[in-house]
Write a protein that binds this ligand. Structure first.
Ligand code: FES
Length: 163
């Protein structure tokens, strides 16, 4: 969605007929937020203000809706997203050391993005591959049995993708 572009209520199709205008507008809000985040990788404040004006929904309500869903972010994200699993199995098998190594390597803390926006480092609960612990995800990929060599290759890959 482009900045300040009007929203097409017909985009929700047949179901739109049984919804009130208010419901339609709120339904479109999520769709609009997803589009905005798709464009920018986060929700820029200026665009949220424009959205508030366009949909005639108070900005506070938009923030309240967006913060309810974990998928939305309010600060710029890195071109790579690395998540260290800190679930029990991974914790027991060295997730803490992996997280520390990533923090040290990229000079950021958990939840932060590097200055050059090459990486956002996060933690995640169990990703369902406990047998491969310790586990990390790098973008869409799950990397199991992370040890020094694998970690080095992950770091190299992120640096290579980050420019
Ligand atoms: S605890 Fe890490 S994958 Fe299950």
């Amino acid at each position: 969605m482009r900045k300040n572009e009007p929203f097409d209520l017909s985009s929700i199709g047949h179901f739109g007929e049984v919804l009130t205008e208010g419901q339609k507008t709120r339904g479109l809000l999520i769709h609009a937020l997803q589009g905005m985040q798709g464009d920018h990788n986060y929700l820029p404040e200026e665009e949220l203000k424009a959205l508030s004006k366009n949909l005639r929904i108070p900005l506070s309500e938009i923030y309240s809706t967006a913060t309810f869903y974990k998928q939305f972010y309010f600060t710029p994200r890195g071109r790579n997203i690395a998540r260290v699993c800190t679930g029990t199995a991974c914790h027991v098998r060295g997730a803490g050391e992996i997280l520390d190594a990533m923090k040290e390597e990229f000079k950021i803390n958990e939840g932060e993005t590097t200055e050059d926006a090459s990486l956002t480092l996060e933690t995640v609960g169990c990703v369902g591959c406990c047998g491969l612990a310790p586990v990390m995800t790098v973008n869409e990929e799950i990397v199991g049995e992370v040890e020094t060599e694998k970690l080095e290759s992950i770091v190299e890959r992120i640096r290579g993708n980050g420019e």
